[in-house]
Design a binder for this molecule. Structure first.
Ligand code: ASP
Length: 342
């Protein structure tokens, strides 16, 4: 007889567990125990489920690295006792948190599946039940006694994605997430269909290491035609900033105006890391392809390749928190660490 899988369900907050405040009409978080009362179906699943909740569940717009660390330590403390983890999280910043968790967990060999919903669990038309139930099933999935999923995933509206490849693309549709540069890891229809080729292959001989040191002094600058010299110089002069993610055009292109190249040279000279990611939802940065990215290549700006902005920010926070020499930083950043880039 095979043993039932043990799943830890962690509630951080988000719409999935919200109710309407009768006075204001606004959605606010409520007690996690009530959440379970709304889904008696959970008892029918062929696994044992334990639950833990943030003391004060949050709307994920209030998420920050301090909560990421709280979440990481809940998972680390329970890592050996459970076969898999399901994290209930608001959809607004779910791609950021799940990307960060993917970098924080080195040598992960168990599933950590993030999910949430667009409508509260108590709503008649809710998408929460399917999202939650299938996420638990995916986290409990084993083959030859080993978990099938060995990475941080994000399950929403019938699709499981590699979390650090996702972006929230719609504020209204049930299909709220997409992963434009990497295929879905699994799809839920009449059967659960697993895309085995796309799954992350763990090295089970390596011990789990959880990295809590994240550098928050970073900046995201979305470039636009007309951004002024004064704005760029002001942003680049920030004395606390250690790294910048620049969201550029198309395949990593930017203005070739002298003032911009000069400002970039100065910021790089100070030892600040600059990462180039594209504003496009899909595709990759390829510096040197157009004249408008040749200077960036020459200046050794780091290529974010086909990383999402969310993953690039999380990777930058993670790598700046590690003891990496400036000479190897570019090479390490441009290497896929958790399947976040091709
Ligand atoms: N504002 C909510 C949150 O991100 C939206 C959601 O849960 O989907 O917490």
């Amino acid at each position: 007889m095979t043993q039932k899988a043990n799943i830890l369900l962690i509630y951080t907050g988000g719409t999935i567990g919200m109710i309407k405040d009768f006075e204001t009409g606004a959605l606010k978080s409520f007690n996690f125990d009530d959440l379970l009362q709304h889904i008696p179906e959970l008892k029918l699943l062929d696994c044992d489920i334990d639950t833990v909740s943030f003391k004060n569940p949050i709307d994920s717009s209030n998420m920050n690295p301090s909560y990421w660390k709280d979440l990481a330590s809940i998972i680390e403390e329970n890592y050996n006792a459970f076969n898999g983890f399901v994290v209930l999280h608001g959809s607004d910043t779910m791609s950021y948190t799940s990307s960060a968790i993917s970098f924080m967990f080195e040598n992960l060999s168990k599933p950590i599946i993030f999910t949430g919903s667009q409508l509260p669990i108590g709503d008649l038309r809710t998408d929460a039940k399917e999202n939650l139930i299938t996420s638990i099933q995916l986290a409990a999935l084993t083959e030859k006694g080993k978990p099938v999923i060995n990475e941080v995933g994000l399950y929403f509206e019938y699709k499981l994605y590699r979390a650090n490849r996702t972006t929230k693309i719609n504020a209204e549709h049930f299909e709220a997430f997409d992963s434009l540069n990497y295929p879905a890891l699994a799809e839920s229809g009449v059967h659960l269909s697993i895309n085995y080729d796309a799954l992350y292959k763990p090295n089970r001989k390596k011990k789990l290491k959880v990295n809590y040191n994240l550098e928050s002094n970073i900046m995201l600058i979305k470039m636009f035609p007309g951004i002024t010299k004064e704005t760029i110089e002001h942003l680049f002069a920030n004395p606390t900033v250690k790294g910048i993610v620049l969201e550029t055009y198309g395949s990593g292109n930017l203005t070739t105006e002298d003032w911009f190249i000069e400002a970039l040279k100065q910021v790089l000279k100070k030892g600040i890391v600059v990462v180039n990611v594209t504003q496009c939802s899909g595709g990759a940065v390829s510096m040197g392809l157009y004249e408008t990215s040749v200077a960036l290549k020459k200046l050794k700006v780091v290529s974010g390749k086909d990383c999402t902005t969310e993953a690039a920010l999380a990777k930058l926070m993670y790598l700046l928190g590690q003891k990496i020499t400036p000479t190897s930083f570019k090479t390490i950043f441009e290497t896929s660490l958790r399947g976040e880039m091709s």
